[in-house]
Design a protein around this ligand. Structure first.
Ligand SMILES: Nc1ncnc2c1ncn2[C@@H]1O[C@H](COP(=O)(O)OP(=O)(O)OP(=O)(O)O)[C@@H](O)[C@H]1O
Length: 253
């Protein structure tokens, strides 16, 4: 585990550390020496223009894409050095809420939630325990009553909530959100933003959110990183960055 004082901020442990990450795709340097840290219990929002490399960054973090150079460490493990089974094991501690909710259309809400639990957490074979966990996760997103509905019967906001419940059921330590409010109306988007914060508090998770939606940064971030030209151009609290005089930073606010 990381234990050095430099890995702590206000007593919090650094649980993700990205140093000088480089990734080229089709001849383009998408990530060009990107640095970033996430501390335990923190809500970090990474903002960047469309095509800035936010999704590539997350894919590199979890080993879905190889890195060209640089280091990525999550929960004390060096990602580029892990083999597939070690990666699979680590990913149990990381929840993902990707763009679009990606529920299985042919499965009910209950089956959608049971699926990752049965596939990944083999210890939960007991029917009553599974039922309890499904209901608890649904209650956390305010949708216990939707347990027997099919995805086609859910609104966009409900689908997003169910996808979040499906992530929660594995009890991740860190949740990665890729554009969690895309495609939602402003009121539903605000509800989802509040839910992300509520879940972070209830389950004591840490959140890494990549988005264009400044509202997320404004409403719930502890810290914001601005990704420009494949690098960490600036970081700070929302207030600090919103007050910055630098024209590149100003352009985001
Ligand atoms: N598999 C790939 N092969 C080649 N180029 C890719 C690949 N994946 C992404 N890219 C390129 O890398 C750049 C960054 O893409 P990425 O999806 O990470 O951007 P983003 O910041 O997440 O954008 P958005 O906010 O629009 O989702 C883009 O120029 C994209 O075309």
């Amino acid at each position: 585990m990381l234990s050095d004082e430099s890995h702590k901020k206000n007593g919090q442990q650094k649980i993700i550390e990205v140093v000088q990450l480089h990734k080229e795709l089709s001849g383009n340097p998408v990530l060009n020496g990107f640095d970033m840290s996430l501390y335990d219990g923190e809500c970090l929002v990474v903002i960047g223009k469309s095509g800035a490399g936010k999704t590539v960054m997350i894919r590199c973090l979890v080993g879905l894409m190889t890195v060209d150079s640089g280091s990525v460490s999550i929960l004390g493990k060096s990602i580029p050095d892990l083999d597939q089974s070690q990666l699979d094991h680590l990913r149990l501690d990381i929840g993902f809420l990707f763009q679009g909710s990606a529920l299985y259309d042919s499965m009910s809400v209950r089956e959608n939630l049971e699926f990752p639990l049965r596939r990944l957490r083999k210890e939960y074979a007991d029917k009553d325990a599974v039922d309890h966990m499904v209901r608890d996760a649904l209650a956390s997103v305010g949708l216990e009553h939707a347990i027997d509905l099919m995805p086609s019967e859910l609104s966009g906001g409900m689908k997003r909530r169910i996808a979040l419940a499906r992530t929660l059921i594995l009890r991740p330590q860190i949740i990665f959100y890729d554009e969690p409010t895309t495609g939602l109306d402003p009121i539903t988007a605000k509800e989802i933003i509040k839910l992300i914060k509520d879940i972070q508090v209830k389950y004591k998770t840490s959140s890494l959110i990549i988005t264009h939606d400044l509202n997320i940064a404004k409403l719930i971030s502890d810290r914001v990183v601005i990704l420009v030209d494949g690098q960490n151009y600036a970081e700070g609290t929302y207030k600090e960055l919103a007050a910055a005089g630098d024209p590149v930073i100003k352009a985001f606010f």
